[in-house]
Design a protein around this ligand. Structure first.
Ligand SMILES: Cc1ncc(COP(=O)(O)O)c(C=O)c1O
Length: 382
């Protein structure tokens, strides 16, 4: 007997990230597609995890996360964002992905509208749709990818429940400025019932001396925001699946109701290890410079190529227009690139619900210099 199922997510297929990684493997291509580092994390951090495993920290962690880690995160946040959250308002999650899912599921009801900017990271919309919400898209465009607050104001209505922001932005490398934050702050003050989900997983990857504008810096915003972060991104351990959400008491209460029946808690020894490691401020304070050098290295290695690139302002990513190389649609171009040039990238149209194609692809720059050089050598030949 075959089961007939009406999909809850009919538009979701295999993600382009898996498709491109698979193609990269088949063609022995250099993988600048998926957003993960090809360099190792600190050996000291690994030693700490072994230590806590050997010392017997191997059973369920408390549902919100172990207290020493929540305290260490509260201290880190206080030193960065002029705001001291209580550890009671911090919840450890299985990556920022779970935090986004739990946040969206905890506040969005059937028929609620959720505003988000496109191109958008792919985990938001499935969560909105599973909750019965309706995504409302605000487009951003190559090359400057500005956040259009006028359009946001036009779209906000009595059904709008949530606004999702993401800065530094995946895939574009755009940053929300202080001006953007003030626009959002005015809006939420005016429209009392709006909640904000601020995806800040690339908080430490900001370039050219620009600041990261966290919602936590703005009093009226943090009172109604889920601020979401990723320890995986900050400490080069994306496979450990560790993220966290900072939110006021009322939001944290609802958030934890979902989290506890979703993943319940996060890997225990890694939490104790992180709690100890986070006190080493230089580990994250050096990151803007570390990743800016990678961006500059890649831009310089690509100078002779026919791609057009405006320097990314932050994140793991650099966008590039191939309009001087080909008129193919971007998905086709990305396939061609992996097969013929041996470099895997992500076509940007997949980040738009309606497939807007501006002939732009995304490169991940969170790679060793030799990887970036080898990719640039191949790309400069086309
Ligand atoms: C913008 C954005 N948000 C969230 C995530 C998910 O982070 P995590 O790996 O911690 O689940 C990613 C991962 O690529 C991302 O780019």
């Amino acid at each position: 007997m075959s089961i007939s199922l009406e999909s809850r997510l009919p538009r979701v297929g295999t993600t382009i990230f898996s498709v491109m990684s698979q193609l990269a493997q088949e063609h022995a291509a250099i993988n600048l597609a998926q957003g993960f580092p090809d360099f190792e994390c600190s050996p000291e951090l690994l030693e700490l995890v072994y230590k806590y495993m050997r010392d017997g920290y191997n059973q369920y962690a408390p549902m919100p996360g172990v207290l020493p880690l929540r305290e260490a995160l509260a201290t880190k946040i206080a030193s960065q964002y002029q705001f001291s959250p209580s550890p009671e308002n911090i919840t450890l999650t299985c990556g920022a992905t779970e935090a986004c899912f739990s946040a969206i599921t905890s506040v969005v009801r059937p028929g609620d509208e959720v505003i988000l900017f496109e191109p958008a990271f792919d985990c938001y919309v499935p969560a909105i749709e599973l909750a019965g919400g309706i995504p409302v898209y605000i487009p951003m465009h190559y090359p400057h990818y500005q956040f259009d607050w006028q359009m946001v104001r036009e779209k906000v209505n009595s059904k709008t429940r949530l606004i999702i922001i993401n800065s530094p932005h995946n895939p574009t490398g755009a940053l929300l400025s202080k001006h953007d934050m003030l626009e959002l702050e005015h809006l939420v003050i005016e429209k009392k019932n709006l909640i904000v989900l601020s995806d800040e997983v690339y908080e430490h990857m900001v370039f050219d001396g620009l600041p990261h504008e966290s919602v936590l810096k703005y009093a009226a915003l943090r009172e109604r925001s889920f601020a979401i972060f990723s320890l995986g991104k900050t400490y080069h351990v994306t496979g450990w699946r560790m993220g966290y959400c900072v939110a006021p008491a009322a939001l944290t209460k609802e958030f934890r109701k979902v989290h506890q029946f979703n993943t319940f808690s996060v890997h225990t020894p890694s939490q104790y290890a992180m709690a100890e490691f986070i006190s080493k401020k230089e580990e994250y304070l050096r990151l803007p410079d570390f990743f800016e050098k990678k961006r500059d290295y890649f831009l310089s290695a690509m100078k002779k190529s026919n791609f057009e690139m405006f320097p990314s302002k932050g994140s793991y990513f650099q966008m590039a227009s191939y309009k001087n190389i080909s008129t193919q649609p971007d998905v086709q171009f990305a396939r061609w690139l992996v097969e013929e040039a041996g470099v895997a990238v992500i076509p940007t149209s997949v980040f738009y619900h309606n497939g807007v194609d501006e002939h732009v692809v995304r490169f991940c720059i969170a790679k060793k210099e030799e990887t970036l050089q080898a990719a640039a050598d191949r790309l400069c030949k086309i």
